[in-house]
Design a protein around this ligand. Structure first.
Ligand code: IPE
Ligand code: IPE
Ligand code: MG
Length: 241
């Protein structure tokens, strides 16, 4: 069992379902929005740590298609937070050579959020260290249906449809599949995240609520990943060769 991170065996892509902001706030006698606000600090921690150790892609599930069904005031608070966080953090993204991209139905976002997001994406587009992928108004089923629609629109011949063609139609076409998927807050479900891409991801669940997810917690998750045997359907003996 390794006790320290092996820099030669890092996941290229880590995806995180940042869950538990509301419960974290409630446990402190505060409103849910307070949890979301503190969740931004954890985003900063995870992004910093991923950059420090040389992770190439970090995808953060920030708002799902289903989250539109939350009370209007909570949706509004989340959208306002998105705008202020992007505004505040763009300079740091530039300083740390981080490229921001987004996946999801961005057209559904309020115009202010869309504008801030596209400005930040544009500003950071030539950065080359970490690619930070924000999943916003995202769901895996939406993405798959969307891909199918576009394949049909493009009149792709049936014999040309295969996994690599399909990948070209996903919002993550330029992003490798995540080797590691983390979910915080003690929930053991996928909640419509990256359904196609996680076919062979290692899953890591922790009881820690997202606002308490520190660099140390991310290090723990990566270490746990590095102690796994990834077999991809082969036998144990084959996969160790
Ligand atoms: C995750 O925290 C943030 C979003 C889904 C936007 P939650 O808001 O889901 O917090 P809990 O799960 O209710 O504690
Ligand atoms: C998943 O969390 C979505 C995000 C973290 C953005 P939810 O809190 O919305 O998921 P469920 O409802 O518990 O499955
Ligand atoms: Mg939740």
């Amino acid at each position: 069992m390794r006790q320290t991170i092996d820099k030669n065996n890092l996941p290229k892509h880590i995806a995180i379902t940042m869950d538990g902001n509301g419960r974290w706030a409630k446990s402190k006698g505060k409103i849910r929005a307070f949890g979301h606000k503190n969740g931004v600090k954890a985003v900063r921690e995870a992004t910093e740590y991923a950059t420090e150790i040389g992770i190439k892609y970090l995808t953060l599930y920030a708002f799902s298609t289903e989250n539109w069904n939350r009370p209007k005031h909570e949706v509004n608070a989340l959208m306002a937070l998105l705008v202020s966080a992007i505004k505040k953090e763009t300079a740091t993204l530039m300083k740390n050579n981080i490229k921001l991209i987004s996946i999801g139905e961005i057209d559904c976002l309020p115009s202010k959020a869309k504008q801030e997001l596209s400005d930040a994406i544009n500003k950071t587009k030539n950065n080359t260290a970490l690619t930070l992928v924000l999943a916003l108004s995202y769901s895996g089923r939406w993405e798959i249906i969307n891909s199918v629609k576009n394949i049909i629109k493009d009149k792709v011949a049936v014999e040309n449809i295969n996994e690599s063609l399909f990948k070209q139609y996903l919002t993550t076409k330029n992003v490798p599949d995540p080797e590691l998927l983390i979910r915080t807050s003690g929930e053991y479900r996928i909640s419509n995240f990256l359904l196609w891409q996680i076919a062979y991801s290692e899953l890591y669940f922790t009881d820690t609520m997202w606002p308490d997810f520190t660099k140390k917690e991310l290090e723990k998750a990566i270490l746990n990943y590095q102690n796994r045997d990834r077999r991809f359907g082969k036998t144990n003996e084959q996969s160790q060769n």
